[in-house]
Ligand binder design. Structure first.
Ligand code: FAD
Length: 410
């Protein structure tokens, strides 16, 4: 970095806050400005559909770093301040306050937003997304004041919410246009197990059917009409059909944004002073063998750590192994690697015990993914085995008497 305006980070989610911390850990002594359009103290999102939704954690417990962190580390956190435009020639970010802030390095950590649902009725009152604390607060209230809900979309967030709603005693339906749940991210063995598990939780699951419209009465959602004409009545509707990158700022600044902000292995855009990390970054993924956006805490924090090294003169490619978790009812799903790069799957353990793993191998016979249900030990072993390219056959993986732990020791 050649001038002395320091680093400006737009977005104070997992990626932005971790970057501020990692820059100081790596010895960066310049100015750090962290812009957040949210007036709240920066917080974690995963608990919004888990402990917070179940009222097992309050807002305070979700805060990423206490106020002392920003003070001690000299991070200028500006809450409730949206970055409106980037002037790349002048290396300046224009803010909603009317001020501008100059940068040597600008990092876009703007995350994502809930995908809009293009059906009639989607704008009715009582149709909710689940992306931020405000959404979660509204839904916690609905859980206490309603009798029924339809969840559109059987991805991680939709299913986590459905499990909480069913447990809270609401008549809960889930509608998914794909033939299986979490279909973009997990093996069919895991999908099938979770479909059955949700039916066991009391969820009325409709797979392979789209939504024609959200029905309303007096401006209020009162149910969902399926594409096949059936109507599912509901007191409210939750739409969880995915996340789109918040890349508008970058697009308007002329950066390449086909689906998120395109960056290279060093997380740099084609402007050498502008970088992107976290949910918004379309990056070449070493384990996915393609450009992708990953929506996970692991990706956000590991990209932040890698970029902090690069920005402090230790050029570092982003190479971290992807991992993720999801809590649904009594089931903890932990995933490492990317299941969609596997072509052969074997099951280790008996799904009937509700504690087992599915190991995925690619066409070359390499272990590339481990999906574990209530099997934290297998997950931790998978995090060692995949990067070391351990010699493991599918038959050995399926044999529970074969010792994976010893293999992981190398
Ligand atoms: P974000 O957390 O989205 O933060 C970006 C921030 O930038 C936001 O606060 C936004 O308001 C701000 N911003 C955007 N534009 C501007 C601007 N112009 N000016 C100023 N500020 C701006 N991941 C897991 O790994 N495991 C889980 O179990 C899991 N569960 C989840 C459950 C829910 C309900 C949700 C919503 C997400 C979950 N995730 C989970 C995903 C995880 O939370 C995200 O991958 C992570 O938050 C990404 O961090 P980020 O910093 O890239 O983006």
């Amino acid at each position: 970095m050649d001038r002395n305006n320091g680093v400006v980070i737009v977005g104070a989610g997992h990626a932005g806050v971790q970057l501020a911390a990692s820059l100081r850990e790596e010895g960066y002594a310049g100015a750090i400005t962290l812009l957040s359009d949210d007036p709240r103290a920066p917080y974690q999102r995963p608990p919004l559909s888990k402990a917070y939704m179940k009222r097992e954690a309050d807002a305070e417990a979700l805060i990423l770093r206490g106020p002392a962190f920003y003070e001690q580390k000299a991070v200028d956190l500006r809450r409730g301040v949206e970055a409106l435009a980037i002037d790349r020639a002048a290396r300046v970010v224009r803010l909603m306050t009317g001020d501008s802030v100059g940068y040597d390095a600008l990092v876009l950590a703007t995350g994502g937003q809930a995908r809009a649902f293009p059906v009639p009725g989607a704008d009715l009152a009582g149709v909710h997304a689940l992306r931020d604390m405000g959404d979660a607060e509204a839904l916690r209230h609905k859980l206490e004041t309603s009798k029924s809900v339809v969840v559109v979309g059987a991805g991680f967030i939709g299913l986590e919410f459905a499990a909480v709603a069913a447990k809270a005693g609401l008549k809960t339906s889930v509608v998914e246009v794909a033939p299986r749940v979490m279909g973009r991210a997990v093996s069919s063995t895991i999908s099938d197990f979770y479909a059955q598990a949700h039916r066991g939780f009391g969820v009325d699951l409709h797979l392979g059917v789209g939504v024609g419209a959200i029905k309303g009465k007096d401006g209020q959602a009162c149910g969902v009409r399926l594409a096949d004409g059936r109507v599912l009545p509901a007191d409210f509707v939750v739409v969880g059909i995915g996340v789109v990158a918040r890349d508008g700022l970058a697009k308007a600044a002329g950066l390449d944004c086909p689906n998120g902000v395109r960056v290279d292995a060093r997380l740099a855009t084609r402007d050498p002073h502008v970088f992107a990390i976290g949910d918004v970054a379309l990056h070449p993924n070493a384990f996915g063998h393609r450009e992708m956006r990953l929506e996970s805490v692991q990706n956000a924090t590991d990209q932040a750590r890698a970029l902090a090294r690069t920005l402090t003169g230790k050029p570092t490619d982003y190479m971290a192994l992807p991992w993720f978790w999801s809590d649904q009812g009594d089931l903890k799903l932990q995933m490492v690697g990317l299941a969609d790069t596997a072509s052969t799957f074997v099951t280790r353990g008996d799904p009937a015990t509700r504690a087992f793993s599915v190991l995925g191998f690619d066409a070359g016979g390499r272990l590339v993914s481990v999906e574990s249900v209530n099997k934290a030990a297998d997950h931790m072993i998978g995090r060692k085995l995949i990067p070391m390219q351990a010699k493991l056959t599918p038959a050995q993986a399926a044999d529970t008497s074969f010792d994976l732990k010893t293999l992981a020791r190398g």
